[in-house]
Write a protein that binds this ligand. Structure first.
Ligand code: FES
Length: 258
């Protein structure tokens, strides 16, 4: 993990409150694993806590990376006002990424995401396709106007979309999309709300390789403050909790209580 003032080379709005930002700097050399995140300082003196934002795309050739975030509070609201040529104080890459080591050419995997859980799955899918693995994407959004990255995922593999209100794709959540599938995937990767992750847990409870990316509030981002603790099934005494920032954010199914 390192820290750098990274240059913003592009910022564009993808949907209401959803922004894509491209950053440039030597820190990109450290970025390898899909599912890791950056911890970014808000350039405003009264906002002391960094904001954790997952990596959406890593490009070692141009020394750039992309993040996608939703404006949810003052910090992300400040990010959305920045433009090319501005700099951000970035720490990272942090956390453990998705583990692709058990996968081989020809394997078929499911990639499942919802809302602002979708961005890290793009870098994941890219790296899987590079290994000759075939992904099918199942993406859920609240409504048509907040659907983003459908084209990008389509370029990598079959992509099915659901919206909660039925304004685009299948009416319902990603659970509805998954119920109709017959393929037995080699691995399942998911990122999104706890509701989405619970659905994935239920549907693939006996599967050997299910990896879930948890969302959590964070402060330090490096395992020092315990702001991001979540519980494990053996946690009755409170001694076996885990920290999402440095022990996650990716966990195997059953490792943590969602
Ligand atoms: Fe401080 Fe995880 S955010 S321990």
């Amino acid at each position: 993990m390192k820290q750098e003032m990274m240059e913003i080379v592009q910022q564009k709005q993808l949907a209401p409150k959803i922004f894509e930002m491209t950053l440039k700097g030597d820190l990109v050399k450290e970025m390898q694993q899909p599912g890791q995140f950056l911890h970014i300082l808000v350039p405003r003196a009264d906002l002391l806590l960094r904001r954790p934002i997952s990596l959406n795309h890593i490009d070692h050739e141009t020394n750039t990376c992309r993040i996608i975030y939703r404006v949810e509070g003052e910090g992300t609201s400040v990010f959305s006002t920045l433009s090319a040529g501005d700099y951000l104080d970035v720490m990272g890459p942090l956390g453990n990424g998705f583990d692709l080591s058990d996968l081989h050419t020809g394997d078929e995997v499911f990639i499942i995401g919802g809302g602002i859980g979708v961005p890290p799955l793009y870098e994941l899918s890219k790296q899987l396709v590079k290994k000759g693995i075939k992904p099918t994407h199942f993406l859920g959004f609240a409504t048509h106007e907040v659907v983003y990255y459908e084209k990008e995922f389509n370029r990598l593999g079959e992509t099915r979309i659901a919206t909660d209100d039925g304004t685009y794709g299948m009416h319902g959540n990603v659970g509805n999309l998954l119920l109709g599938t017959k393929t037995k995937p080699t691995a399942v990767f998911a990122c999104g709300s706890n509701g989405l992750l619970k659905t994935v847990e239920q549907l693939f409870s006996s599967h050997q390789n299910v990896q879930l990316s948890l969302e959590s509030r964070m402060a330090c981002g490096i395992g020092a403050c315990y702001a991001c603790v979540c519980h494990t099934p053996e946690d009755e005494t409170g001694t076996k909790s885990v920290k999402v920032c440095d022990e996650g954010p990716i966990f195997k199914i059953g490792e943590v209580i969602i």
